[in-house]
Design a protein around this ligand. Sequence first.
Ligand SMILES: [Zn+2]
Ligand SMILES: [Zn+2]
Length: 317
Amino acid sequence: MDDPRDNKPSSVIEIAPDGDVILVVGPEKVKLRVVSLFLKAASKPFSAMFGPNWKEGNDMLGQDGPVELLLPEDNVDALKLICAVIHHRNNKVPQSLAAGDVLEVAFTADKYDCVDALKFASGNWLLPGKKQPEDLMLLTAAAYLFQNAQAFKEITRQLILNHDGPYLALSCEEVESAITWRVFCLLEGQRSFARLKLAEILIAGINDGTGMCVHKCGWTSKHAYAYLKLLERKDLWPARLLHISLSKAIDLAEKMPDPIPEEPSTACTYEYKHAAPEYRENRCWSLDTLNNSIGLCLYCIQSGGTNSYCNHSSSEA
Ligand SMILES: [Zn+2]
Ligand SMILES: [Zn+2]
């Protein structure tokens, strides 16, 4: 993102060499030469600033050279990237960006009401990849500001599946100035619910319809007992789920084989009907459904919803 030549205060970064405006950005007073028409098309606040009712707009009338606009509070790198995107200068727009930088761009884009113009560029920056939880939290805040429901769902999904510590510990001033406390509550709420749901799926295995013998010979109960013992041995007893990440627990549950009972079989008239229960195969669907339901809904959070699950599709709107 940084080009040392670009940051010399004395030089002008020519986003548009024939631009009619020079933005003088940040305390460093870095100058960005841009075209006012592009800024007006992408951003309502800039459109107002360059309109006839503002000093800058008036200064531009009948002036030969470019007009300077002082923006001392803005972040240079973020505004430079935003200008590059809206001037179609794709050679100055990186495919990926550090999570903290993405959030800086999101703050500036939100301030100048131009998140829509950055929709495609920011879509790439918001891909969660294999980032650390702290970075995912920064990206959650950025996806919230960029109003990208799909990215918001995917990033929060990674946080819920892969992080097993408290979410508040991942917060920082930047994150808190972008998202509300409700996001933290919903992250905790959805992860707790998912752990409970996983415990239910695992315990409910003993009621599996396959492998039942209704003739009180003990065939069903010896399998069920072996299954419960196996849950304990594989670290999948409900209380243990609090201490490992959901993705690890789901992975263990998917890989857990069906149990082999240790007790000998008792005689049964209907022994020819006995078949071992297929616990593993029969919990696949429930595990998949649980896995696919993870992730927070941006629409619900924006409308003040407090449920961690809903029926919105993240590609809506
Ligand atoms: Zn039997
Ligand atoms: Zn929703």
